[in-house]
Design a protein around this ligand. Structure first.
Ligand code: CA
Length: 260
C-alpha cells in the first residue's frame, strides 16, 4: 500500500515505456511515484511537491536534465534533494559534467532495473538512515530512535514528546524544507486544530533544548518557507553500523531497459 508518508520519487523521462517500468518497480518497493515528461514540467512539480528523490533523464524535451538539475540545486527547498541522472551518454566527460551539476549518481542507459533500484536504495539509505529504528548521529547529536533518547556530545538532552517528534521528523527527511502546515500535519496530525505559530513555539523549545549544553543550532529557518535541518547536519548524518542492509524485497526483473 502506497500512502502519503512513503518516500516520493519524481520520474522525469519522456520515454513512456520506461516510465511505466520505473513506476511499476518503484511502487513495488513502496515508493510514491510522480511523473514529468519534460524538464519544464519537472521544475513545476518540484516546486509544488515534497520530493525525496528525482530520477532525471538527461535528454528531455524543452529543458534538458542537466539544466533541471542545475535549477533544482539553486533553489533553497531542493538544493539537497537527491538526484540520479539517467543518460544514454556514457563518456567520462559527460559523467563528470553530470556530477558537477550536482547529481548524486549517474546511471547509463541501457541499465538493468535491478541495478537502478539498488542505486536508489543506496541513495535513500544515505539520506534517510532514520527509516530504520536505529541509532542515528547527526554531527554531535545522537538519537536513539528505539529508546527515544537524545544525547549531544555524550550528554543527555531532555526533550518533550512534541520536540522529540519534530526532531525525528527532520532526521527522517534530512535536507527537506517543511512549512509550518506540513509540520503540523506530520507531527500533530491533520485532524487536530493547532495554530501555525504553535510550531514556532515548539521549534524554539527544541532549539533551546538542543543547545542547552552548547553546540550550534541544527535547525535552519528558511525565510517565508519554514524549517529544515541545517546543511552542516544533513551532511554529517549517519546511521549506526548495525543498520540492517535492506529490509525490502529485491526486484525480480533484472533485464536491461532504456535505449534513448
Ligand atoms: Ca529521453
Amino acid at each position: 500500500m502506497v500512502d502519503k508518508s512513503n518516500p516520493t520519487v519524481l520520474v522525469v523521462e519522456d520515454e513512456k515505456e520506461l516510465v511505466t517500468l520505473l513506476r511499476y518497480n518503484l511502487e513495488k518497493e513502496g515508493y510514491r511515484v510522480l511523473e514529468a515528461q519534460d524538464g519544464e514540467e519537472a521544475l513545476i512539480i518540484a516546486s509544488e511537491s515534497a520530493l525525496d528523490l528525482v530520477l532525471l533523464d538527461w535528454m528531455l524535451p524543452r529543458v534538458s536534465g542537466i539544466e533541471v538539475c542545475r535549477q533544482l540545486r539553486q533553489r533553497t527547498a531542493t538544493k539537497n534533494l537527491p538526484i540520479i541522472l539517467l543518460t544514454a551518454r556514457g563518456e567520462e566527460g559527460d559523467r563528470i559534467r553530470g556530477l558537477d551539476t550536482g547529481a548524486d549518481d549517474f546511471v547509463t542507459k541501457p541499465f538493468s532495473i535491478g541495478e537502478l533500484m539498488a542505486r536508489i536504495r543506496a541513495v535513500m539509505r544515505r539520506i534517510r538512515p532514520a527509516l530504520a529504528d536505529e541509532l542515528v548521529e547527526i554531527g554531535d547529536i545522537q538519537i536513539d530512535r528505539g529508546a527515544h533518547r537524545v544525547r549531544r556530545n555524550g550528554k543527555d538532552i531532555h526533550l518533550g514528546p512534541t520536540e522529540y517528534r519534530l526532531l525525528d521528523h527532520f532526521i527522517q527527511y534530512p535536507g527537506r524544507v517543511f512549512s509550518r502546515e506540513q509540520l503540523l500535519d506530520a507531527v500533530w496530525g491533520s485532524d487536530v486544530y493547532v495554530e501555525a505559530r504553535t510550531v514556532d513555539v515548539h521549534i524554539g523549545r527544541l532549539r533551546k533544548a538542543l543547545r542547552q549544553k552548547g553546540g550550534v543550532d541544527p535547525i535552519r529557518t528558511v525565510r517565508s518557507a519554514g524549517y529544515a535541518l541545517d546543511d552542516s547536519f544533513v551532511k554529517a548524518i549517519k546511521a549506526s553500523q548495525s543498520l540492517p542492509p535492506e529490509t525490502r524485497p529485491a526486484p525480480q526483473d533484472a533485464s536491461a531497459v532504456g535505449s534513448r
